[in-house]
Each structure stands twice: as structure tokens, then as C-alpha cells.
Design a protein around this ligand. Structure first.
Ligand code: SIN
Ligand code: FE2
Length: 199
């Protein structure tokens, strides 16, 4: 997608049997919820987190927290398989020392979308973003350094891993409204994990 931005097709497929039960475990402790943006909009994407830090939003802003704001309990630990997948994908894309401390888990239903944004709430932009797609196919929009820059449309299929870092780290990106084309294993749902080094 760019000099330091890649889609690793099918990279997560060997991990799926470990990832799906792990998601169920996370959901039990920290359920998916539709959070409110600082502008007052309820996100169509529902989210939860695992790892030391979790990304959250409310009327006061976007931030990382070490507890789930709904339960005041720490976010579920990052499953070993998640951590291994994130590091191996980063290394395969040329980022050998990635140490994720945050994993945002996004759940898309038909019609869910994510408007163009930059991932800017992390302290260290040297670490890449590693984003894993499971379930229904998404049309990912990958733009430039400015919101108004032209965007490329990239299809993300079950098992694909997108990695962007280096000079591409702050590029705008988003997801088009999800079409309802049920996935054989996950049904009418897309799950995305986004690994970051937040602190
Ligand atoms: C994100 O930017 O947080 C998610 C991207 C995706 O769902 O593919
Ligand atoms: Fe993002």
C-alpha cells in the first residue's frame, strides 16, 4: 500500500483456530460496546480491548486506559497467540522489534463503517500498526497524510493482516460501510484486531 505499508494476504489463517476462542474469552470479561466520540456520535463499530492498555473514547476525548471504563477492571490479558501473530506479522513487514501493549478489537456488523482517521493516540510513532481481519470482507480506505488526500481502496479478506509504519505510520485510513455477505465461519460479522504500541 506504500513504501512501509503492506497487506500480508492470509497471514493470520494459521492462527484462526486459536484466535476465535480467545475472542470469546475476551468478550466474556469485556463485552463489545458502541462508544461515543468526542463529537457526540455513537460509533457503528463496537469495540473491546485486550492487553495492558485499551483504546477508548467518550465525550471527553480519545485515550488509552489500563482499565475497562465499564467495569473498572483491567482489560483482559493479551492472549499469547495474539501477541505472537502481531510480532510475526510486523517482522514480516520489516518491523522486527514490535512490542504491542494494546490490542483494540473492533466488531463490524452489516452497515458498520469507520470514517477516515489517523492513529495518533500512541506515544511512539516508530512502532507500526498491525491490523488483522477476520470474517466478512471489508473495503479498507488507505489515504495520505492529509484528510483530503486521495484514498486507495484495498479489499481486506478473512485472514489478511495489514501493517503500516515508518513514513506511512500517520496515513489516514478508514473502512467503507460493510456489505452483508455472511462469512462461512463468522456469519454476518467482521472482527478486526489492531495492535499498537501505545505507551
Ligand atoms: C482501525 O483503524 O482501527 C480499524 C481498521 C480496520 O478495521 O481494518
Ligand atoms: Fe485506525
Amino acid at each position: 500500500m506504500g513504501p512501509a505499508a503492506f497487506v500480508l494476504r492470509g497471514f493470520a489463517l494459521p492462527y484462526v483456530d486459536e484466535l476465535l476462542p480467545a475472542i470469546a474469552g475476551i468478550e466474556e470479561v469485556a463485552p463489545f460496546r458502541n462508544m461515543v466520540t468526542p463529537g457526540g456520535f455513537t460509533m457503528s463499530v463496537a469495540l473491546t480491548n485486550c492487553g495492558a492498555l485499551g483504546w477508548t473514547t467518550d465525550r471527553r476525548g480519545y485515550r488509552y486506559t489500563n482499565v475497562d471504563p465499564d467495569s473498572q477492571q483491567p482489560w483482559p490479558e493479551m492472549p499469547v497467540a495474539f501477541d505472537r501473530l502481531a510480532r510475526e506479522a510486523a517482522a514480516a513487514a520489516g518491523f522486527p522489534d514490535f512490542e504491542p501493549d494494546a490490542c483494540l478489537v473492533n466488531r463490524y456488523l452489516p452497515g458498520s463503517r469507520l470514517s477516515l482517521h489517523q492513529d495518533k493516540n500512541e506515544l511512539d510513532y516508530n512502532a507500526p500498526i498491525v491490523s488483522v481481519s477476520l470474517g466478512m470482507t471489508a473495503t479498507f480506505l488507505f489515504g495520505g497524510q492529509e484528510r483530503t488526500d486521495k484514498t486507495a481502496k484495498v479489499m481486506l479478506y478473512h485472514g489478511d493482516v495489514a501493517v503500516w509504519g515508518g513514513e506511512d505510520r500517520l496515513r489516514y485510513h478508514g473502512v467503507m460501510p460493510l456489505k452483508d455477505a455472511p462469512h462461512p465461519r463468522l456469519g454476518s460479522k467482521r472482527i478486526n484486531f489492531t495492535f499498537r504500541k501505545a505507551a
